[in-house]
Ligand binder design. Sequence first.
Ligand code: IYR
Length: 229
Amino acid sequence: METLSLNYMLYIINGFPHIYYDVPKIDIEEVQKRTDDFYQMMNARRSVRTFSDKPVPKVIIEKLILTASTAPSGAHKQPWTFCAINDPTVKKAIRIAAEKEEYDSYNGRMTEQWLKDLAPLGTDWEKPFLEIAPWLIVVFAQSTGLNKEKHYYVQESIGIACGFLIAAIHEAGLVTLTHTPSPMNFMKTILNRPDNERPFLLLPVGYASEEAYVPDIHRKSLAEVAVFY
Ligand code: IYR
């Protein structure tokens, strides 16, 4: 005989199981403090391109991915696959393929204006971090489920999940950057991904190099990014 034991209460609403969501009631002073603290923490995040090769245990990467996967998604389909790569042979293959594309991009495919816009960030076709960082996370978007099950708002959902991942990496004390080698289809072949997936973003994850320098960029003011009505 099969028994089903639930140690929580289920409520049937509109014919489907629901649970009571015990939203913590926090007074506004504490809300203010948390808002300020979170902003400060997030505002200290920078994209870092120089990594240490210091190892990061797999359990940490697993938890970071689980955190990313808490993101909201269209019809809760969670249309993402996170491929985490620690194997030096695979990292090397990715670096070779990515640098080949990047070389062509920086030497002809990108416009003069684009190269000018990137100059202050100091990027070029060489991507040593693809081998130095202990982990590469390649995020794949699932256009549909494996059995052609419909997925919705895939771009939006996966963008939010990547945002969660970047925030979690930063909060953990590690660094990353959003790398988008273009075109990125080689990733599908190297990582042997099924036809319903397409590569979306590559995030190297690890400790920053002993001495790390980042461009002196500034963020837009509230007035530049927000309108209140
Ligand atoms: N994908 C290239 C170029 C690049 C493009 C943009 I827009 C950036 O903000 C940074 C880089 C690269 O990763 O170097």
